[in-house]
Design a protein around this ligand. Structure first.
Ligand SMILES: NC(=O)c1ccc[n+]([C@@H]2O[C@H](COP(=O)([O-])OP(=O)(O)OC[C@H]3O[C@@H](n4cnc5c(N)ncnc54)[C@H](OP(=O)(O)O)[C@@H]3O)[C@@H](O)[C@H]2O)c1
Length: 260
């Protein structure tokens, strides 16, 4: 049994990761910025919910203190999953309808995806350092991988992609700083996972066809997003196999540089 902290665990991939880890018998602390609304997470056996807004340094510190009380001061793996997908994904950098929209998109996306990860990691670092796995995994995206974007010929979703590229750089810096301690800082792309809409209900892929077609340029077998269970399982398969050799790396849910 290991102790995991998963941020942004009230819905989406964070929820899927927390659920599987708890089902496997691990001790799981799932964080949510609005714990009153995290009822589904709180109902999972083996999961403790802690309040955490990743963009607020005070909230991160308070959450880490609460987790230290719960765990005796050590956690094995921090999964910094909380992220913001932006609201201007369809725009190129020079096609935003207004400067205000562009500026807000950059500020909000970087605040969550870059600053939020840094504040979370800094607050939980002393706990991870005392754990057995000494591992920090940040959920990144191949939208921030330049070669992959070039292969797709994709110029939209640029702000989100840039924030994830910055996150990968941040992970690299932590990796350099803490290498001598045998720590593992790792950026993981989960691939495309369906995290909106009721999990077990069938849905139409029609609206997703343009994106599916684009991904088929790189992998002709792509036929849409993975289910939440498949996405979480694939991510955890990679996370469980991490060794100090992976320190500073950015890989996909396949455990390599195949991004689709
Ligand atoms: N799904 C995919 O296909 C995909 C692909 C590549 C990468 N990713 C990455 O994987 C991660 C999870 O994706 P997802 O699809 O599950 O996202 P999601 O459904 O949008 O869920 C995002 C989670 O992050 C939380 N969050 C956002 N800002 C926060 C903050 N300031 N403080 C605390 N929690 C915050 C949200 O909480 P609230 O409920 O309070 O908003 C929510 O729990 C993200 O980092 C995303 O960029 C996802």
């Amino acid at each position: 049994m290991l102790t995991y902290v998963v941020t942004g665990a009230n819905r989406g991939l964070g929820f899927g990761l927390a659920r599987q880890l708890a089902e496997e018998g691990n001790r799981v602390i799932g964080t949510a910025r609005n714990i009153a609304a995290a009822t589904e997470l709180a109902a999972l056996p083996g999961v403790t919910v802690v309040q955490l807004d990743t963009t607020d340094a005070g909230s991160c510190k308070k959450a880490a203190e609460r987790v230290a009380e719960l765990t005796g001061g050590a956690i094995d793996v921090l999964i910094a999953n909380a992220g913001f997908n932006g609201t201007g994904a369809f725009y190129e950098l020079d096609t935003f309808p207004s400067d205000d929209f562009l500026v807000a998109e950059i500020e909000n996306t970087y605040r969550t995806n870059v600053l939020g990860n840094i504040l979370t990691i800094n607050a939980f670092l002393p706990l991870v350092q005392k754990g057995t796995k000494k591992t920090v995994v940040s959920l990144s995206s191949a939208m921030g991988e330049p070669k992959f974007q070039e292969d797709l010929g994709y110029s939209a979703n640029a702000v989100y992609g840039a924030s994830k590229a910055a996150l990968n750089f941040v992970i690299g810096k932590y990796a350099i700083r803490h290498k001598s301690e045998g720590m593992i800082f790792f950026a993981l792309c989960p691939g495309w996972v369906r995290t909106s809409g009721p999990e077990d209900e069938p849905y139409s892929k029609e609206a997703l066809q343009p994106f599916i077609k684009m991904l088929q340029k790189v992998d002709p077998s792509c036929d849409g997003p993975k289910t939440l269970r498949d996405g979480a399982a694939a991510c955890l398969n990679v996370i469980k196999g991490l060794t100090p050799e992976h320190n500073g790396q950015f890989l996909s849910y396949h455990g390599d540089k195949n991004w689709v």
